[in-house]
Design a protein around this ligand. Structure first.
Ligand SMILES: N=CN[C@@H](CCC(=O)O)C(=O)O
Ligand SMILES: [Zn+2]
Length: 398
C-alpha cells in the first residue's frame, strides 16, 4: 500500500465542519494531506505533515471535495437545440418537450445510450464531479425504462426511477399510472435506489405523484420529487409530507413552502443552470437558507432544460445571481448535496474530506474557492482524484 503526501495546498476546503458558516471546521490554510488506499490517511497544517512514500506539490492551489451532482438525466438520445433556440427567442419551457427526447431515446440502441451517458459522465468527472446521480425517464415504457436504468447504473453512483416524467402520447393516464406503479417499477427497482415524479402542470398532479412515490417507497426506494419548477405545483408540500430526501427545482415557493422545508429533513435542491436555460425565476435561495432549510446545488444535466455537466457553473451562478456566499455555494454542491442522497455520513460518505474518508477531491488552478465565482466561466479544475486515483482529461471518451 503506497501513501502519497500532497503539499502546496494554499487552502484546503474539507467541509467537515458543522455547516457552511463553520469556517474553522471547514477550511485549513497552508495545508497538506496524505492519500492511502483511496482514502484520506491524514490532513492538516503543512508544517505538521508526516512522511509518505511519494509526494505531489500542487503549487499553492486550492483543494476541495469533488462535486456531488445529485440531479442528472444522462440517459437520453437526440438533440433539443432548436427548442432551446426558440426559447431564447421568447418561447416558454413546457413539460411537453420531454416527448421529443422520448422518441429519440426509444429509437436508440442500448449501446448508444450507454455511450452517450459515459461521455457525459466523463465530461463531468474531468470537471471535478466525483459522485453523480442519474435518472431514467426518457423511455416511458417497461422495457425502455429498464434499459435506461441499466445504462444509468453503468455510469452513475445512484440511480433514480423517473417513469412519472410524462404520460406518453397515446396512453391513457390511468393505464400509465398502473404501469409505472406496477410492471415498470418492478423492472426498474433492481437498478434504482430512489423514485421520483415530475409534479407539475402538464406532467403529474399531486395525487398522481403521491401514488407513484408511495408505490416506490413500498418497493424499498427512497423518494425524490421534481417540484414547483413552473408554478406552485404542490410538489414541495408533497415532498415534505413523504419525508422525501430531496425536492428539486423549487423556483416558485410560497412563504409556507419555505417554512415547511425549513422544518423538514427534505433538502431543497436548486438547479441554477436550468433556471437560466428556461428563464424561470431563480428560487428564493436566501430565504430558504435564512429560514434554516438545507439546500443542495445540482446541474440537472438533460437535453431539454439544462445541457451542462458543469457544477462550477452552478456554483458561480448561485453566488452571483442567487446571492449565496462562496462558502454556502461550495457546501451546497458538496456536503449539502451528500445529504440529498443519504451519503453525508458513514465509511463511504461523499462531499467532505476527513481522515478515513474517501479521497474524492479536486485541485483548482487558483489559491481559493472564491475564484469559482470571482473568475466565472474559467475552467479552474485542473486536477481530480476519485478514490485517490488521478483522473486525466483523456478519460473523456467520444
Ligand atoms: N423538469 C422535468 N424534467 C427535466 C427536464 C426534462 C426535459 O425537458 O427533457 C428537468 O428536470 O428539468
Ligand atoms: Zn430533472
Amino acid at each position: 500500500m503506497t501513501s502519497e503526501l500532497i503539499t502546496g495546498i494554499a487552502e484546503l476546503t474539507t467541509n467537515a465542519g458543522s455547516g457552511p458558516g463553520d469556517v474553522d471546521g471547514n477550511r485549513i490554510a497552508d495545508a497538506a494531506l496524505v492519500i492511502e488506499d483511496g482514502r484520506i490517511a491524514w490532513l492538516g497544517a503543512a508544517v505538521d505533515a508526516p512522511d509518505a512514500d511519494t509526494r505531489t506539490d500542487v503549487g499553492g492551489r486550492a483543494v476541495l471535495p469533488g462535486w456531488v451532482d445529485t440531479h442528472t438525466h444522462l440517459v437520453f438520445a437526440g438533440d433539443r437545440s432548436a427548442e432551446f433556440e426558440a426559447r431564447m427567442a421568447g418561447g416558454r419551457y413546457a413539460a411537453g418537450g420531454i416527448a421529443t427526447t422520448v422518441a429519440a431515446t426509444r429509437a436508440a440502441s442500448e449501446e448508444q445510450l450507454v455511450a452517450g451517458a459515459r461521455r457525459l459522465r466523463a465530461e463531468a468527472l474531468a470537471q471535478g464531479t466525483t459522485f453523480l446521480e442519474a435518472k431514467t425517464g426518457y423511455a416511458l415504457d417497461v422495457g425502455g425504462e429498464a434499459r435506461s436504468a441499466r445504462a444509468a447504473a453503468e455510469v452513475a453512483d445512484v440511480v433514480t426511477f423517473l417513469g412519472a416524467h410524462l404520460v406518453p402520447a397515446g396512453v391513457d393516464r390511468r393505464d400509465y399510472l398502473d404501469l409505472v406503479t406496477g410492471p415498470m417499477l418492478a423492472a426498474v427497482a433492481p437498478f434504482a435506489s430512489y423514485i421520483d415524479a415530475f409534479c407539475e402542470v402538464g406532467a403529474f398532479d399531486v395525487e398522481e405523484s403521491r401514488e407513484v412515490l408511495l408505490a416506490g417507497r413500498a418497493a424499498g426506494l427512497g423518494v425524490r420529487v421534481h417540484g414547483n419548477q413552473l408554478g406552485e405545483s404542490g410538489g414541495v408540500r408533497l415532498a415534505v409530507e413523504l419525508e422525501a430526501a430531496s425536492v428539486d427545482h423549487c423556483n416558485h415557493l410560497s412563504d409556507a413552502d419555505v417554512d415547511l422545508l425549513a422544518g423538514s429533513s427534505t433538502v431543497a435542491t436548486l438547479l441554477p443552470a436550468c433556471d437560466l436555460s428556461t428563464r424561470e425565476p431563480f428560487p428564493p435561495a436566501r430565504a430558504l437558507i435564512d429560514a434554516g432549510a438545507s439546500i443542495a446545488l445540482a446541474t440537472n444535466c438533460n437535453p431539454g432544460t439544462s445541457y451542462t455537466t458543469s457544477m462550477a457553473y452552478c456554483v458561480a451562478t448561485a453566488v452571483l445571481q442567487m446571492r449565496l456566499t462562496i462558502a454556502e455555494a461550495v457546501w451546497a454542491a458538496t456536503r449539502g448535496a451528500a445529504v440529498a442522497v443519504g451519503r453525508e455520513h458513514g465509511a463511504d460518505a461523499v462531499g467532505s474530506l476527513r481522515v478515513g474518508g474517501l479521497a474524492d477531491l479536486q485541485v483548482l488552478d487558483a489559491p481559493s474557492v472564491s475564484h469559482l465565482a470571482y473568475r466565472p466561466g474559467v475552467p479552474l479544475t485542473v486536477g481530480v482524484r476519485q478514490r485517490g486515483e488521478r483522473v486525466t482529461a483523456g478519460t473523456t471518451q467520444r
